[in-house]
Ligand binder design. Structure first.
Ligand SMILES: Cc1ncc(COP(=O)(O)O)c(C=O)c1O
Length: 381
């Protein structure tokens, strides 16, 4: 889908929602640090209500980038997910979750939502099998695409269509793609959420999350976000606004870099498998070509059995072993030890998440420098 020039992500991420502030403020948004406001105003403003000047601006920019009516900025991605599930479901309600989600989402479901009486089924991603999981109690379908860490791709139009026909709310975690590369609302999704800690923040110095959708749905999620206390502070909102100005150029370049690295890694004998939707042999390649504007900056690969994962990590110099992802610096992690460490060991085995699986978040360094680092570590271990 080609956007009009003024509608392009590059322009929106700099200008959408920007306020017209008095001249002494200059070009940048003032940072509101107040936690006390006149209670006789309408609306009553308070940072936990997500309605300070900085909240409004960042939420409007994210809504414009995702093509939604409204947005809500939270203190973390998990804060956004918690507000969605707890705001839209009652005890006894049922939701369908894509298999192989980010481990923290699975942990939220197992450790908090199920004990509160919410019910879940796991869907394997085959659109033909989705309808069979819907019951009279189903309220919501939640997916990721690409998934963390195996880069699975879901057919967005099919999921949104099935959800709409059955009166379900379709939710997607768009963290890996970012709105620069994928705008699920264009394919019919109701709600998009982000760990804004990742590409939207982009510099590994900020924890935040976001939910975007229709005003009606955001108005249903907001009261729960307020009750959970998962609001972002003014300083971090300003940091997020600044990061959003460069998200389009960052993510497009990271996506190009990741594509090149995936191709080179795919030819390495000491790597058993490369997971990247830009590779022609990836099972979701054709679908990703249709629904994404680039294949993203994340890739995973599995080391050959003879390689010791710790020796490989120790021999990297430029690429930092680290949790999280989406920063300007390339980072690597074993999902078995990080994002999916709280899963039961048998569940990790079932998903194919073992210690030899490496998740690489490709940064903005010169591609040959990152490649030399990987090649050297593969040869030396
Ligand atoms: C895909 C995905 N969704 C959600 C989250 C949770 O976000 P946060 O750590 O900002 O709470 C993460 C964190 O790694 C993630 O990778």
């Amino acid at each position: 889908m080609t956007a009009k020039r003024e509608d392009s992500p590059e322009t929106k991420c700099i200008h959408a929602g920007a306020g017209d502030f008095p001249a002494p403020f200059g070009l940048n948004t003032p940072i509101v640090t107040s936690s006390a406001f006149d209670y006789r105003a309408d609306p009553v403003r308070y940072p936990r209500y997500h309605n300070t000047l900085n909240h409004d601006l960042v939420a409007a920019r994210l809504a414009a980038l995702e093509g939604g009516e409204s947005g809500l900025v939270t203190a973390s991605g998990l804060g956004a997910l918690s507000a969605i599930f707890l705001g839209l479901m009652q005890p006894g309600d049922h939701a369908i979750l894509l298999d192989g989600l980010y481990g923290g989402t699975t942990d939220l479901v197992e450790g908090l939502l199920k004990p509160l009486g919410l019910c879940f089924s796991v869907w394997n991603g085959d659109p033909e099998l989705l309808e069979a999981l819907i019951t009279e109690h189903t309220r919501l379908v939640h997916v990721e695409s690409p998934t963390n860490p195996l880069l699975g791709i879901v057919d967005l139009s099919r999921v949104a269509d099935i959800a709409r026909r059955h009166g379900l709310i379709s939710v997607i975690d768009n963290t890996f793609a970012s709105p620069v590369l994928q705008r699920p609302i264009e394919f019919g999704f109701d709600l998009v959420m982000h760990s804004a800690t990742k590409y939207l923040g982009g510099h590994s110095d900020l924890l935040s999350g976001a939910v975007i959708g229709s005003t009606a749905l955001i108005d249903r999620v907001r009261p729960t976000a307020i009750r959970l206390g998962s609001s972002l502070n003014g300083q971090d909102l300003a940091l997020l606004e600044r990061s959003l100005k460069t998200v389009a150029v960052r993510v497009r370049q990271q996506s190009l870099n990741a594509g090149e690295l995936a191709t080179r890694l795919d030819r390495q004998e000491r790597i058993v498998q490369v997971f990247y939707p830009g590779l022609a042999h990836h099972p979701g390649h054709e679908r990703a070509r249709i629904q994404m504007d680039g294949f993203g900056g994340m890739l995973s690969f599995r080391l050959a059995p003879e390689l010791d994962p710790n020796a490989f990590l120790d021999r990297l110099g430029l690429i930092q072993p680290a949790v999280s992802l989406g920063g300007v610096e390339s980072t690597i992690c074993q999902p078995s030890q990080t994002s999916h460490s709280r899963l039961a060991p048998a569940e990790r085995v079932r998903l194919g998440i073992d210690d030899r699986l490496m998740r690489l978040s490709v940064g903005l360094e010169a591609i040959d420098d990152v490649w030399d680092d990987l090649r050297h570590a593969l040869q030396a271990c």
